[in-house]
Structures are given as C-alpha cells and as structure tokens.
Design a protein around this ligand. Structure first.
Ligand SMILES: [Zn+2]
Length: 99
C-alpha cells in the first residue's frame, strides 16, 4: 500500500499547529516550526546536505497552505519562506506513518 493520502487539514494558527487527517481516519498534529524545519525546497536540502540545520523559530507560522497537485501541499511561512512543496509521503514520514 502506498503512503497515506491526506483527507483533511485543519490549521490552528494561534497554537501553531497543522492537524492532518489521513485516509483511514488517523490524525497527526504538526507544529508549524517542525514543518518549516523540514522544508524540502532545493535551498533547504542543499543546506542539510552541507551539514547545516534549517533554522525555524518556534514563533514561525504557516501563512500559505495550498494543494500542489493531488498528493502534495505548498506551504508558506511567516518568515517569508514559501518555496517548499511537501509531498504527502514526506508528511507521512515526518509523522511516523509507515506504509
Ligand atoms: Zn526551504
């Protein structure tokens, strides 16, 4: 079976939480900061490859949440970083959901 499809998302901006419901009914709450730190854009990937860490303030908030195709989300953040396309498979991996 392939990794989970996201059925619903709920953004709790004040708390800095993005709650996701997977197909099948289980849920996971991501903090906005952990999503920012996991940004998969080419710049952040290059930084990690070089041994760096993507910095994410605990205060950072999601400002953009848009579908990117049928199996990914485009997420933008209050620090101005909005280049990450987050495949559902990446979110499942972050959430510890195993296929
Ligand atoms: Zn990035």
């Amino acid at each position: 079976m392939s990794v989970g499809t996201i059925e619903a998302i709920e953004n709790r901006s004040r708390a800095g939480i993005l709650a996701v419901r997977w197909a099948g009914g289980s849920e996971h709450a991501f903090t906005h900061a952990e999503l920012r730190a996991a940004c998969p854009c080419s710049g952040c990937r290059a930084l990690r490859r070089a041994g760096g860490t993507v910095q994410a303030s605990a205060e950072v908030r999601l400002t953009v949440i848009e579908p990117a195709g049928s199996n990914a989300l485009n997420l933008g953040f209050s620090d101005g970083h909005a280049r990450g396309i987050y495949p559902f498979a990446l979110l499942a991996e972050l959430a510890g959901v195993h296929s």
